[in-house]
Design a protein around this ligand. Structure first.
Ligand SMILES: NC(=O)c1ccc[n+]([C@@H]2O[C@H](COP(=O)([O-])OP(=O)(O)OC[C@H]3O[C@@H](n4cnc5c(N)ncnc54)[C@H](OP(=O)(O)O)[C@@H]3O)[C@@H](O)[C@H]2O)c1
Length: 339
């Protein structure tokens, strides 16, 4: 086993789009384990849009990512050494190990490490559909949109980690599911593989009038629930098509994460259509995680919930893969494979 741990640190804070200069690859020696500690070798790193927000030193719902520290993030891997009776060498685990090859988890951080069963579900899926993004989809759909059979649910970034789950769960509930995604290949996946009723390639509809017309075609009965991942013109167009008493789960606004303005031009539609608009952060709803993961895990294991991954190879590829995800170059959950 290696005695060196390679790590990506945040070297400086970006203004606008992040660049390679914001990251630094360093090597650190692997420490001896103390009592209660576990050494995890990471097989997969999770790259997620929220990481862009944490790179800023701005007031938010979470503390900023510290400078000169390992980039924080979800990881899936295997216990390779243990001085903790609850973990044995060979256990498959998910945690928050960050952008590095190994992490040491102490007894006090025990809750940060969770054993997972890879008999029917691949290890990588615990970072996507059967992990944080899946629970995010479950929460926004079930607890905010709460759709009834026959209603129409629209989701943006619908070929991604969260969006794929939103639409498929909506279909299982008997809803009409309509996605928005960037490009014909992603849209074909959303309808043909995931089983959504329709998917709009928003890049073909760059202005409000055109996107609103496309939504009218795809949602002949109007929109009852909208799962918002993007912001900007997409939200404006959806607002024009919302039915009275519709619900909007505000999950993310990725179109603005690099600092681009994402104006809302007709907020009066919230009043006119008597809409519920609710933002949420999945980590503040830990009470639903067991139920959500059990339901989603059973569906994935039975082959009833499909997903797709974009896998970058090797630790060195992490920053480029991250930049690509912020521009839609990923197609499904963005991961980095280390082993
Ligand atoms: N509230 C929470 O607790 C929580 C938790 C997890 C995730 N989120 C949010 O959920 C959203 C989706 O996250 P994810 O992990 O599932 O990522 P993802 O959808 O797998 O990847 C991001 C996708 O966003 C789309 N995108 C990027 N820039 C865009 C732009 N300017 N306009 C429109 N679409 C753009 C791209 O898809 P296209 O090619 O289709 O544009 C890209 O593939 C993000 O906003 C994220 O911040 C929130």
């Amino acid at each position: 086993m290696s005695t060196i741990n390679r790590q990506w640190q945040l070297a400086s804070r970006p203004s606008g789009e992040p660049t390679a200069a914001n990251f630094r690859l360093v090597e650190a020696p692997l420490p001896e384990l103390a009592d209660g500690e576990v050494l995890v070798r990471h097989h997969f790193l999770s790259l997620d849009p929220y990481m862009r927000g944490r790179m800023n030193d701005a007031k938010s719902y979470a503390q900023p990512q510290p400078l000169d520290a390992v980039m924080q993030g979800g990881t899936a891997g295997e216990v390779v050494a243990s001085r903790n009776a609850e973990f044995a060498v060979g256990d498959k685990v998910v945690g928050m190990g960050g952008w590095q090859e190994y992490s040491v988890v102490g007894a006090a951080q025990r809750g940060m490490l969770r054993k997972v069963d890879t008999t029917h579900i691949p290890l990588s899926a615990y970072l996507g559909t059967v992990g944080m993004p899946g629970v995010t989809a479950w929460y926004g759909l079930n607890r905010i949109i709460a759709p009834k059979a026959g209603e129409t649910v629209v989701v943006s970034a619908s070929s991604g980690a969260v969006g794929t789950v939103v639409g498929q769960l909506a279909k299982i509930k008997g809803c009409r599911a309509v996605g928005l995604a960037g490009g014909p290949e992603k849209c074909a996946f959303v309808t043909d593989v995931l089983g959504f009723d329709a998917c709009i390639d928003y890049r073909q509809h760059p202005d409000l009038k055109s996107l609103s017309a496309a939504l009218k075609d795809a949602c002949p009965q109007g929109i009852d629930g909208y799962f918002e991942n993007v912001g900007g013109v997409t939200l404006d167009a959806v607002l024009q098509r919302m039915n009275a008493f519709g619900r909007i789960a505000v999950c993310g606004m990725i179109a603005g994460y690099n600092g681009a303005p994402i104006p809302l031009t007709q907020p009066q539609l919230i009043l006119v259509s008597r809409l519920l608009v609710q933002g949420f952060i999945v980590s503040e709803h830990m009470d639903v995680w067991p139920q959500a993961l059990a339901e989603i895990g059973a569906l994935v294991a039975a082959g009833k919930l499909k997903y797709r991954e974009s896998v970058a190879e090797g630790l060195a590829s992490a920053p480029e893969a991250f930049f690509g995800m912020l521009k839609g170059r990923n197609f499904g959950k963005q991961l980095v494979r280390l082993v």
